[in-house]
Design a protein around this ligand. Structure first.
Ligand code: RFL
Length: 404
């Protein structure tokens, strides 16, 4: 019988049904598959879209260790680059923080998320893993019972129903897992009040460091992705369209905020992508509802200011895989029982540092008029001065900047 003929029928039950083929879902799928657990991934997008979606680039040492432990780090080691310097630019000048030299393993790996996802997908499919692309999960049912199910829309638009022993919601902030949470689930949310215009430029990096420019006109950021592609961010007026400015105007503004006249020109090139990101964040609590577990952005959304989201996604996927293995192979449910608390500890720590970083990089939204902004600017200058001069502060920064 062909795939489409069976689409209305109940699909064969699996041990673990994973929703979403992002970093969280694919790491989880790989770990379960390697351990001989029967799992299936349902992914709303097409295979091409999943492999091409550019997002993260900075991966923490712990993320690399997890990938290494499970034989998933070959691409990262072959093509990724190590990075351990950030440069802060303010009206008082610039200074470099070599955070990579401050600890034993405190350097990032720079490796585009779409390359990581491509590697993870190839490993998973190569090991015989099953991913159903163009298949949108619509809702999770009966999560509080022993046989949860998921209704989904097949690629041809027809409905399907999957049953599993466990469901892993790795389908991001707008996924079906979040929509299916029972009443009473808490979603703690916070809006940092800042919007970024995110740009992917077809241009080589302009400095050999992550650049953070704290300018009176707003924040600007520079992050290398590959030798040919660089990410830039521009603090943006919320409500203004992403295409409101010409490329020329954006480059001119980046020049001003990054102090190109004093610190050297930016390599210009066409923008391959523009997107608006409101710096908002949230945490779902708890992360377990019966047989449904949330991981990655589905569990908690972080503002991109401190590059933590993909790193947490990988960490949570490993914790969840270990817990599921314990339950499915040894009947030991302690890992599953502790999953939510264990991940929430990491999540809140990452949220705390991300909030600190967000306040460091931006003028706060207007509170208290001119006097309020003047006060905020004074606090930011003091934070930067401390980071420039205090070794204790630098060590704290390095540990949190690369840690998850
Ligand atoms: P993803 O990557 O969003 O994957 C979720 C997958 O689920 C699918 N999906 C569904 N599938 C089936 N049914 C449904 N109903 C579905 N709904 C959604 C989606 O198509 C998708 O394939 O979530 P995951 O796996 O939790 O991974 C999270 C990371 O992608 C995210 O946290 C990071 O990209 C955040 N982030 C960064 N994190 C870092 O650690 N380091 C960085 O340098 C970094 N830079 C960034 C970032 C996020 C950014 N954006 C998008 C705000 C830079 C940017 C610009």
């Amino acid at each position: 019988m062909t795939e489409s003929q069976t689409s209305r029928a109940l699909r064969a039950p699996v041990d673990v049904l994973v929703l979403g083929a992002g970093p969280a879902g694919l790491v989880l799928g790989n770990l379960l598959l390697t351990a001989g657990i029967d799992c299936v991934i349902l992914e709303r997008a097409s295979r091409t879209h999943v492999r091409d979606r550019a997002r993260a680039g900075f991966l923490a040492p712990n993320t690399a260790r997890i990938l290494e432990r499970h034989g998933l780090a070959d691409g990262l080691h072959r093509y990724g680059r190590r990075h351990g310097t950030c440069e802060f630019r303010t009206r008082d000048g610039r200074f470099r923080l070599d955070y990579g030299a401050l600890g034993e393993d405190t350097r990032h790996h720079v490796y585009p998320q779409q390359d990581l996802v491509t590697d993870l997908l190839e490993h998973y499919l190569g090991r015989g893993g099953r991913v159903h692309f163009d298949t949108e999960a619509l809702a999770v049912h009966d999560a509080d019972g022993p046989r949860p199910s998921v209704t989904a829309r097949d690629p041809d638009g027809r409905p399907a129903r999957w049953t599993a022993r466990y469901v892993a919601g790795c389908d991001g902030r707008h996924g079906a897992a979040r929509r299916s949470l029972p009443p009473g689930t808490v979603r703690h949310q916070h809006d940092h009040g800042v919007t970024w215009l995110g740009l992917l430029a077809e241009a080589p990096p302009s400095l050999d460091a992550v650049g953070y420019a704290l300018h009176d006109r707003g924040f600007a950021g520079h992050m290398a992705r590959t030798p040919q592609v660089t990410r830039y961010y521009l603090q943006w007026q919320r409500g203004t369209a992403a295409d409101a400015w010409s490329e020329q105007r954006i480059w001119d503004e980046l020049d001003i905020r990054m102090g190109a006249a004093d610190h050297g020109p930016l390599h210009r090139g066409p923008f391959r992508e523009r997107g608006l990101f409101d710096l908002t964040c949230d945490v779902i609590e708890p992360l377990r509802h019966g047989s449904l577990f949330l991981a990655g952005d589905a569990a908690s959304l972080l503002a991109p200011a401190a590059a933590k989201g993909a790193n947490l996604a990988v960490l949570e996927a490993e914790i969840l895989a270990t817990a599921l293995l314990g339950a499915l192979t040894r009947g030991d449910a302690t890992g599953l029982d502790g999953y939510s608390d264990r991940c929430l500890e990491h999540i809140w720590k990452a949220q705390e540092f991300t909030g600190w970083m967000t306040r460091l990089l931006h003028s706060a939204p207007e509170t208290g008029g001119d006097a309020g902004s003047f006060f905020q600017a004074g606090l930011r200058r003091s934070r930067i001065a401390s980071l420039r001069t205090s070794r204790i502060h630098q060590d704290w920064f390095a540990a949190n900047y690369v840690g998850v």
